[in-house]
Design a protein around this ligand. Sequence first.
Ligand code: ZN
Ligand code: ZN
Length: 305
Amino acid sequence: MFHLQVLGTSSAMPIPGRGTTAQVLTYNDKHYLIDCGEGTQTQMMRFKTKMHRLDALFISHLHGDHILGLPGLLSSFSLEGREKALKIYAPAAIKTLLDTVFQLTYSYLSYPIEIIPLEDFQVGNVVFETDSLEVRLLPLKHRIYCRGFLFKEINKKPKFDFYKAKALDIPNNYFHLLKLGNNITLEDGTFIQAEQVLNPPDLPKSFAYCSDTAFYPDLIPHIVGVNLLYHEATFANDQQKRAKETAHSTAEQAATIAQNAAVKQLLLGHFSARYKDLTPLWNEAKAIFPNTLLANDGETYPIND
Ligand SMILES: [Zn+2]
Ligand SMILES: [Zn+2]
């Protein structure tokens, strides 16, 4: 199970139907929150996200539309009696923000939080790792320090082939040993090597999160071939100048990054409130990179081949 739920697609400020940036990535029953704009917890309730089950948080940068929901969300976890420690991968200064808010509001968290400063890592390096998933830091170009995240499967296991096992007349009770890669000897003395019934693992799947950023080709080598690229597309071509001034991207620029990185699918978000109708952004992107989707608040996107 590897999928992304988008909770907000608006840049700068929320508008009816579009919250500010937050996404939940789910991998093998673990849930990771990426950015936490204002209203993230109400979006989670609205879209039935299992918010109490978040395993770690990733914050790209300290602009309000990516973090103003964080103190409230952390406080709500406390009100719900969370005890499990929570790791937050974020720019170091987030500690000042959280300490100040909790101090001035006399808030006390029922669980420990640990902030892991992104500044401690070089771009391209692993910041987080489980036995089956890693997260690497991506370079972005914004008005303030900002990093993207590459979530990628690791240690993919060979796949057990039931039909090959059946063809060799292997009894079912040996299957679990073979799945673990053990060779076996059947009761009649037949020796079976695990590789006789294992197929090569699937290629590792990956998701790249890139918001907020100006057009930044240096990003491309880090995201080559990803299955799903989320890239901000704040503006359409009518606002190219404004995109440059504010260190954001147009939909066409996002598609150019996707095209050059040969990603499988592009998901656009972080839309300026000026666009009530997003069709121009979609058309401009699709002209460069046809497999482009516009993110919708509440929608879930599978990360597959
Ligand atoms: Zn933003
Ligand atoms: Zn920003």
